[in-house]
Design a protein around this ligand. Structure first.
Ligand SMILES: Nc1ncnc2c1ncn2[C@@H]1O[C@H](COP(=O)(O)OP(=O)(O)OP(=O)(O)O)[C@@H](O)[C@H]1O
Length: 558
């Protein structure tokens, strides 16, 4: 028996009327069990519609019906002008309820109606995506009017909410996963894993209805993007490595994450939000096609924008991804580089292999070029954690964002923000410190001050108090010009160390504030890096020890 849309609408209403997650889960599980008996074919559609979607998440299709078009449809249906409807919408605040209202008062409603089926609703809405060209808006309009005229007012409300992808019934993916597990009596972890790898809850439910074995066979497929594994914040390099054990530490690049799928001789690029950006970044496709063999694969990496070979702000690459025209022009203006760091499929699914094995395979199969690199990395453990610290310093010095610390023995967990992948980066805030001392460098830097003693202003004692020695972040040019300026301000010299009259302000970035008895403030900065000379600031604008404490508080809350 074909499942009526009205049945689903009743379920929406029931779910929406309870705030209890468990009750929502029960209602869905019961409904899924019921349709398993009455109309098993509807399971896929129902699972999609319960997520407020008409296409699965991996699909590139989009419904493409705007609020304006819905209002136009309602206007045609009711004979009310669009302006009046817009005003009413502003009052009610929900397009779904406005639709319900309009359809309920629609005088032209026919008395005898063929009830709408779930299949009819979803196929009609899916079809609207296929209309292109000049008449497409009209065709879409006719399709939704047709649906509204066959719907009850309550059904119409949910049709609108489905179009706008805002069901407002408070069901998240987690509840659906639990409900599917409950309905078909399969372990939740099995359902969750299949969903993570396939990114297709409808397919998971359809298989779960038949057997657990079929669910277990679900896996990642090149061509269907999966949700990326996400990172938590690391509280400190040493602590995190102690907790994780075997760790791959990698440079964290400041660009956009890209999932590259290759199947049937075709390469596709997806963002972390699973948008297909293949056309916006044609050179990446060219680069990767040279770097990888023509087999089915999924690899992950970060694309960064460069100028003179050096990384530049992430904003530049965003411009590229959003671009629809003049792509060739932009290609020369904003050259791109890809840093690959993971491989999830190579002739077969490998996402569940330990990271270290995936990395080894990636290194084996990829041919690096000027444009396609492997992320810079080192393998460390609690005894060798300092290597990760060095990598961090190097990454910051070379204008990257920080480092990632990844459990070398862990599988890839799509969509999860777990403990197996951590990010460590400098605190976003910087401090404007005054130079109160300096030390001459060694070797080829012997003529210059290689490190600067930086201080903050202490309002209580009205003096400058020392905070840190900073040596990184300066190129030779900056070293030379700063030394020239500083030598004129030397108050006292003791071998290589000099005291300097407070006058020049440096902006310094860092990764953490730590307690320290070595400096007068009682604190110091981990991994300080000089960002700029702040000649635009006056001496009374040097940051204070109070600001330092504020930043510490914010950092601990984050
Ligand atoms: N070597 C790398 N390995 C993994 N991710 C990397 C790497 N280099 C850069 N990244 C980027 O760092 C992100 C990891 O941080 P997270 O998952 O928290 O994303 P986010 O919320 O965008 O945070 P952030 O703003 O810190 O990037 C990845 O999504 C990816 O874009």
């Amino acid at each position: 028996m074909t499942l009526q849309y009205q049945k689903l609408v009743e379920v929406y209403e029931k779910i929406g009327s309870t705030a209890s997650r468990l009750q929502k889960q029960d209602i869905i599980a019961e409904f899924l069990s019921e349709i398993q008996q009455t109309d098993p074919e509807a399971t896929y559609d129902v699972t999609l519609l319960l997520q407020g979607k008409i296409f699965p998440p991996w699909s590139e299709k989009e419904i493409g019906i705007s609020t304006q078009l819905i209002i136009k449809a309602l206007s045609k249906l009711s004979g009310t002008n669009t302006k009046k409807l817009e005003d009413k919408l502003a009052q009610i605040g929900d397009l779904g309820e406005l639709t319900e209202d309009v359809v309920a008062n629609n005088k032209q409603q026919t008395f005898f109606q063929i009830p709408l089926s779930v299949r009819k609703v979803i196929t009609t809405l899916q079809r609207t995506e296929e209309f292109t060209g000049s008449k497409s808006q009209n065709k879409k309009l006719n399709q939704i009017i047709e649906l509204y005229t066959s719907a009850s007012s309550l059904e119409a409300k949910y049709i609108t909410r489905t179009i706008t992808e805002r069901l407002r019934i408070g069901v998240g993916e987690g509840t659906l996963v639990d409900a599917i597990a409950q309905a078909y009596n399969i372990n939740k972890e099995v359902i969750d894993r299949a969903y993570m790898l396939s990114n297709d809850l409808g397919e998971v439910a359809r298989r779960a209805m038949q057997s657990e074995e079929l669910v277990k066979e679900l896996t990642i497929t090149p061509g269907k993007p999966i949700k990326p594994m996400l990172a938590q914040l690391s509280p400190g390099i040493k602590d995190s490595i102690e907790e994780l054990g075997n760790v791959i530490a990698e440079t964290k690049y400041d660009g956009i994450r890209i999932q590259i799928h290759h199947t049937n001789n075709e390469t596709k690029l997806f963002t972390r939000r699973l948008e297909n950006v293949t056309e916006a970044l044609p050179e990446i496709v060219e680069y990767i096609d040279i770097a990888m063999p023509d087999v089915d694969y999924i690899i992950e990496g970060e694309i960064i924008a460069t100028r003179d070979g050096k990384p530049i702000s992430f904003q530049h690459i965003l411009q590229r991804v959003k671009r629809k025209h003049d792509i060739d022009k932009m290609r020369n203006k904003v050259p791109l580089k890809l840093f690959t760091f993971d491989i999830l499929y190579y002739e077969k699914p490998i996402a569940e292999l330990p990271l270290i094995e995936r990395r080894e395979l990636l290194e084996e199969v990829i041919t690096t070029t000027d444009h396609v690199n492997l992320s810079t990395m080192c393998v460390v453990n609690p005894e060798t954690y300092q290597e990760a610290e060095k990598l961090f310093e190097w990454s910051i010095e070379t204008n990257h964002e920080g480092i990632m610390l990844k459990n070398a023995d862990s599988p890839y967990s799509p969509g999860k923000r777990g403990k197996n992948m951590l990010k460590y980066k400098p605190v976003r805030e910087t401090l404007d410190c005054v130079i109160t001392g300096a030390t001459y460098g060694k070797g080829k830097r012997a003529k210059f001050f290689g490190s600067y003693q930086l201080s903050l202003y202490d309002p209580e004692t009205q003096t400058y108090k020392t905070l840190v020695h900073a040596a990184t972040g300066m190129d030779d040019e900056m070293l030379e010009s700063l030394t020239k300026r500083m030598e004129k301000l030397v108050i006292q010299q003791d071998e290589l160390n000099v005291k300097i009259k407070p006058e020049v302000i440096l902006e310094v970035a860092f990764s953490e504030i730590v307690e320290s008895s070595e400096y007068e403030t009682g604190y110091s900065l981990r991994f300080p890096a000089i960002k700029s000379v702040r000649d635009d600031l006056r001496l009374d604008e040097v940051d204070t020890t109070d600001k330092l404490k504020q930043i510490m508080q914010i950092a601990t809350k984050e």
